[in-house]
Each structure stands twice: as C-alpha cells, then as structure tokens.
Design a protein around this ligand. Structure first.
Ligand SMILES: C[S@@+](CC[C@H](N)C(=O)[O-])C[C@H]1O[C@@H](n2cnc3c(N)ncnc32)[C@H](O)[C@@H]1O
Length: 162
C-alpha cells in the first residue's frame, strides 16, 4: 500500500520516524497538504475509527508528521477522509506506554496491520530498535481490530481495553 507523510518540519530530524521511513524508501514525504487528496489520513482527532472496511476505499495511507504540541492546529486544515486509530499503546521512547500518542511509524504500521497488510506493517517497524515492542505490547488488540467488521465494531472492542 502506498504510504505518504505530510511533513511539517517541526520535529528533531534525528528522532523523526517519518524522515527515517522516507530515507529507507518505505514512505514518501510531501510538504503540500493538497498531495493528500485520495489518501486515508490518520488523524487522532477524527471522529471515525479505522477498520478493515476501509481497506479498498483509498489510494493509500497518509500520516502528518508534526509536533504533538502543534497537531491540533495542523489537523484543522484537514477535513476529508480522516480516521483515528483505536486504543493502542506507544512503544517509542518519547511516549512509551501512552495510549493513542503514536509516532508516525507506529501509526502507519498499526493501520497497515488493521487493513490486513501485515508484512508491510512489520517492514515499517523493522527500522526501529523498539519496533518489535510495539507489536508485543499491542498484539491482542491489533488482532481483534483486524478481525472487526466495521468502525462501530472497532470502537466496541476498544472500549474493552480502555
Ligand atoms: C503528531 S505526529 C508525531 C511524529 C513524531 N514526531 C515522530 O517522529 O514520529 C504522529 C502522527 O501519527 C499519526 N497518529 C499518531 N497517533 C494517532 C492516532 N491515535 N490516531 C490516528 N493517527 C495517529 C497522525 O498522523 C499523527 O499526526
């Protein structure tokens, strides 16, 4: 699946997971919001949860690599085609153990897993020393979300974990 990252240039380049994915040719970077057209955009502010039913409804997946402090303002400019990821724990060193606050790489990998693209999900996180920890921490909910029929079922499953 095609992966696109809108990059807002707000992060420490050494720690930025989006830049790292681009360096490995796993995702493309863009600085233009208009390039996101047609992509399913991963947004923690979306009212709709991602589910396997989204699998064929987009040309690819997009994330917005920006600072968490600026995220609400950046996402104000994005209106269509957004999806939130359900309850999952971050494994990255900056937000380890925090629910919902995933790095760009974790968000893309989780979305790929839910959409049935498990090999690509593993490839995304294989570039990070903590990548396997994300799957270990979240294996059970990820399996359940990936087997859900639609967004409403994902939300129901999520409520059992919160
Ligand atoms: C705010 S940026 C932070 C990037 C961080 N500096 C890094 O290097 O990975 C993380 C992006 O991943 C996606 N993301 C993270 N958590 C998410 C969630 N719970 N639901 C949907 N998307 C999420 C969003 O696209 C979000 O903008």
């Amino acid at each position: 699946m095609d992966l696109l990252i809108y990059h807002a240039n707000q992060c420490d380049p050494k720690k930025c997971t989006g830049r790292k994915l681009a360096r490995f040719g796993i995702a493309r970077l863009t600085h233009r919001i208009s390039d996101l057209r047609g992509y399913l955009i991963l947004s923690p502010f979306s009212e709709r949860a991602l589910s396997p039913a989204d699998r064929y409804s987009c040309r690819g997946l997009a994330a917005l690599d920006c600072s968490w402090a600026e995220a609400e303002r950046v996402f104000e400019r994005i209106h269509a085609n957004t999806r939130a990821l359900p309850f999952l724990l971050a494994a990255n060193p900056v937000n380890f153990g925090r629910p919902f606050r995933l790095s760009t790489a974790e968000a893309l990998a989780a979305a790929l897993f839910i959409l049935g693209e498990r090999e690509q999900a593993s490839l995304v996180l294989s570039k990070f020393s903590w990548g396997h920890t994300f799957f270990e921490l979240n294996r059970e909910p990820l399996e359940e979300y990936a087997a859900a029929k639609d967004s409403a079922e994902v939300v129901r499953i999520q409520s059992e974990y919160i």
